[in-house]
Structures are given as structure tokens and as C-alpha cells.
Write a protein that binds this ligand. Sequence first.
Ligand SMILES: Nc1ncnc2c1ncn2[C@@H]1O[C@H](COP(=O)(O)OP(=O)(O)O)[C@@H](O)[C@H]1O
Ligand SMILES: Nc1ncnc2c1ncn2[C@H]1C[C@H](O)[C@@H](COP(=O)(O)O)O1
Length: 214
Amino acid sequence: MNSYHIPDNAIITVAGTVGVGKSTLTTALAKQLQFQTSFEQVDSNPYLEKFYHDFERWSFHLQIYFLAERFKEQKKIFESGGGFVQDRSIYEDTGIFAKMHADQGTMSKTDYHTYTSLFEAMVMTPFFPHPDVLIYIEGSLPSILSRIQERGREMEIQTDVSYWEHMHERYSVWINEFTACPVLRLNIDEYDVHDSESMSNILTKIGQTIAKKA
Ligand SMILES: Nc1ncnc2c1ncn2[C@@H]1O[C@H](COP(=O)(O)OP(=O)(O)O)[C@@H](O)[C@H]1O
Ligand SMILES: Nc1ncnc2c1ncn2[C@H]1C[C@H](O)[C@@H](COP(=O)(O)O)O1
């Protein structure tokens, strides 16, 4: 246990829309806590770029790929005994992405049904360890859009703004209904990963959020 009362075996998951700052915060928190990290691999994903060019053709393939990758990461975290900060939760795959594509018709009803039943069988069981805390990062759509631009992934920059707008709206509904583990909300205008006082403040809040659960 550290001075922030965060157990050494804690599992901290960072959630939020694309470009909001999950990877950046994951790196900063893991450094402070001397925890291991679990990142989404974007460059080696064999479907992601194809998906951005043709949602209908690739959405099912991509969701299955993400589900498998995240489940493998979850297994690794569990087998290591925790002490991890994880970039994006498995809950967002189904609660945000798969649902959004099914609702907008870019994933067929049959594919969505197949995907959700696989997800539920794998994840929504008492055997799947939920994180100790989910940090939800939120911010205004214009700030997020400028971060997507600044990061410069061509496939994201070329995607219509309405896609990010819908995702932004869905996230704000999703988080209000999320109950799988305790949530700590952070607004991007209220912290700075390069400022030690700001990081210390976040770590204190993480410790308090985990303690409330116990
Ligand atoms: N706290 C912050 N302040 C300013 N810029 C940030 C901050 N966090 C992230 N960024 C920038 O925003 C972009 C997206 O951040 P990233 O961590 O990759 O987001 P995500 O993992 O949520 O997609 C990057 O260019 C990053 O440098
Ligand atoms: N489940 C997903 N379905 C579709 N796209 C996804 C999913 N999970 C992540 N993505 C995309 C969104 C971004 O383009 C990259 C990485 O996400 P980021 O929020 O930047 O970490 O993958």
C-alpha cells in the first residue's frame, strides 16, 4: 500500500472517448504508482484502418478482435496479481462501439447479437475480475476534436466529425448508467499530467474511491 492508500494489487482502468487523454493519463499514473500498463495496440491492429474505410464490412471483425485482445490482457493482469493501469475498459467495446454501430446500421442485428452473447458469456460472469476503479475522463467536444487532430492518426482525422459527436453523446449517457465498478470522473480542464500537485490530487481521489468500495 502506498501513501495514497491504493493497494499494490489494484487494477485501475481509464475510460473515455477517443482522443480524450486515456493513454497519456495511463502512462503518468503507472509511472507514479510504479504499476504495469496495459495499452490498446493501434498500429498492429489488422482491422482498424480497414474499419475506418468501411464500417459495414469490418465492424464485426474489429469487435471480435478487440474482445479477444482485451480478454488476453485481462488474463495477463489477473495472472500477474494486479498492480496495473489499463488504457480503456472492455465495457466500452460493447457499451459504446458495438452498440453505436448496431444502432446506426453499420453492424447487422445478427452480428450484434452474436457479439453481445459472446461478450456476456466471457465478461459478465462472477469469474471475470472487475477493476477496482474506472477513471472516466470527460471534456468538451471541441477540445477532444482538437486532440484527435493534434495526435494525427490519419484514419481518425478523415472520419466525419458526426462520428465523434455521436460517440461523445453516447459516452455521457453510458457513464451515468455504468455500475460494474466504482467510478472517478476527471475533467480534462481540471488536471495536468505534468504537474505533480495535480497528479497527487488524482492519486488521492483514486485511493478514496477504492476505499469507499471496500
Ligand atoms: N492532459 C492533457 N493536456 C493536453 N493534451 C493532452 C492531455 N492528454 C492528452 N493530450 C493529447 O491529446 C492527444 C490524445 O491523447 P491520448 O492520450 O492519445 O488519448 P486517448 O488515449 O484517449 O485516445 C495526444 O496528442 C496527447 O498528447
Ligand atoms: N471496440 C472498438 N470498436 C471500434 N473502434 C475502436 C474500439 N476500441 C477502440 N477503437 C478505436 C478508436 C481509436 O481509433 C483507436 C484507439 O482508441 P483510443 O481511444 O485512441 O485509445 O481504436
